[in-house]
Design a protein around this ligand. Structure first.
Ligand SMILES: CC(C)(COP(=O)(O)OP(=O)(O)OC[C@H]1O[C@@H](n2cnc3c(N)ncnc32)[C@H](O)[C@@H]1OP(=O)(O)O)[C@@H](O)C(=O)NCCC(=O)NCCS
Length: 318
């Protein structure tokens, strides 16, 4: 059983907490929030005013990303601390993402974030989940210190790269040609996807490699779901060097999934991304998530800039 130590700490109650939680998230993350972050806060505000949502959601399943689950810290009838728990079921296991850890600036360094996080970790353990994860920016040393002191362990660092009109792409290597992906490339694409987006983190990404299968059945499913994804391959002297998948998104940028031969990743990434930047130059920006510190020159040379680098930390329970 979770024991709540302080009279100020309690579970989120969506019928009354959503607006103050949205305000607190905006206050604490405002300066670093991107377009998707701002849209997330707007979504919380809309939900707070939607009586049908408020009536229906408390009985809904676990897979809802709004701050439905989590804890708040309340003092003098004000919510001054928040932590959101986002449960996710993947391949037979429950994982929880800890998000929106925020404490009002006037209440910091009093141990509020520590108590919120400790309580959240007990919650995850008591719900028989496989692990708790969180993402923290590489430059947020205060929060990293907090999570490390509670026993969370760094697993990976991932950088989000975004196409930028401020960075003109350079000429890609001449030995590489770009073609449409063909069926025989799938075996390599699938294998390389596994190395760029390893199993341990893929539960927390909107990636299902089986959707990229060129077979008839996967094509039929994509048709039914009206999914518009496209693939291009990079050939280095006629050998496959990598495949990129473009997926349109409702969010601020379309998503690219890179599957590249590690022996030749610089050249493959530069050529594929330069090609896509030229192909989609008038549309949405493009973004992709890649292991931090890898192929950085290739991203720059293709006209992509760093949006952020996040440290993914985990506490395993099983
Ligand atoms: C990070 C944040 C949540 C910490 O909240 P808090 O209630 O002040 O943190 P606590 O008082 O519980 O501190 C717990 C530990 O975190 C670390 N820490 C917190 N603030 C720190 C700071 N400004 N500098 C260095 N370490 C800090 C310390 O290790 C501290 O332990 P200690 O007090 O025993 O030294 C708060 O500063 C905040 O809301 N920041 C903006 C939003 C944010 O970055 N959230 C984290 C996203 S991953």
């Amino acid at each position: 059983m979770i024991s709540i130590q302080s009279q100020h700490l309690r579970r989120v109650d969506i019928r009354r907490d959503l607006l103050p939680v949205a305000d607190l998230i905006e206050l604490c993350f405002g300066s670093q929030m991107d377009k998707d972050g701002r849209e997330y806060v707007q979504q919380i505000r809309r939900a707070a005013k939607d009586s049908r949502y408020l009536r229906w959601m408390p009985g809904a399943g676990e897979q809802v990303s709004l701050p439905l689950h989590g804890y708040v810290w309340e003092e003098g009838n004000r919510i001054v601390g928040n932590l959101t728990l986002i449960p996710n079921y993947y391949k037979g296991c429950w994982y929880y993402l800890i998000a929106n850890v925020a404490v009002h600036p006037d209440f910091r360094r009093r141990g509020i974030a520590r108590q919120l996080t400790e309580t959240a970790l007990h919650h995850v353990r008591d719900h028989n989940a496989h692990a708790a994860w969180l993402h923290v920016r590489e430059d947020n040393f205060a929060a990293q210190e907090l999570y490390r002191s509670l026993g969370m362990v760094e697993r990976v660092r991932r950088t989000t790269w975004c196409s930028s009109s401020d960075i003109p792409p350079e000429t890609p290597p001449k030995e590489i040609t770009i073609t449409r992906r063909v069926k025989s490339h799938w075996r390599f694409q699938n294998q390389w996807l596994d190395t760029v987006y390893p199993q341990e983190i893929v539960w927390n990404m909107p990636l299902q490699p089986s959707r990229f299968n060129p077979g008839l059945w996967a094509g039929f499913i994509r048709f039914l779901n009206n999914e518009q994804i496209q693939h291009w391959s990079a050939l280095y002297r006629d050998e496959l060097a990598g495949v990129v998948t473009w997926e349109p998104s409702r969010h601020s940028a379309d998503t690219l999934w890179l599957a590249v031969n590690p022996q030749i990743e610089q050249e493959a990434i530069q050529a594929l991304l330069t090609y896509l930047r030229q192909t989609f130059s008038l549309g949405h920006p493009l973004q992709t998530n890649y292991p931090a510190g890898r192929a950085e020159n290739a991203f720059h040379q293709a006209g992509f800039g760093k949006a952020n680098t996040l440290i993914w930390m985990e506490m395993k329970f099983r």
